[in-house]
Design a protein around this ligand. Structure first.
Ligand code: 5GP
Length: 120
């Protein structure tokens, strides 16, 4: 585990069931739930269940199984929302320059409309 992981971040509270979320799907190593402030008709967050700060931490330190289960869940949510044909966008913000607000690795899955070339 990364020593600088902040156990008080909001997603770690969701994982400990200290606060609620609107769950979409989960598997052994990952959880998908609705973003509280959606930026598109479909805006789902996918997070690993273990403590990783950001994409770099997860890909450097996550086990092969955790990484596999994480991307499988992303794929399952895409299937569940039936957006493989219409398309979608995956975003992961990291650190200061990426404007990451919650320091627990997460991927935003956005879709349900044409998202334009980029999100500002
Ligand atoms: P970041 O800027 O870190 O990439 O994105 C954090 C995301 O978490 C934001 O899109 C924000 O709306 C979402 N968020 C913040 N607090 C909560 C919460 O308590 N519950 C849920 N479901 N989403 C949250």
């Amino acid at each position: 585990m990364n020593n600088s992981y902040d156990n008080k971040n909001i997603f770690s509270k969701i994982l400990r069931s200290e606060i609620d979320c609107e769950k979409i799907l989960e598997n052994e190593h990952a959880l998908a739930f609705l973003d509280i402030n959606p930026q598109a008709p479909i805006h789902i967050l996918i997070i690993p269940k273990n403590k990783y700060i950001d994409f770099y931490d997860f890909t450097q330190n996550g086990s092969a199984q955790e990484i596999k289960y994480f991307w499988e869940l992303v794929n399952d949510v895409i299937k569940n929302k039936n957006i493989s044909d219409s398309g979608f966008r995956l975003i992961t913000n990291s650190g200061k320059d990426g404007n990451q607000d919650v320091p627990h690795f997460h991927v935003h899955l956005l879709g349900g409309k044409n998202l334009g070339r980029m999100i500002n």
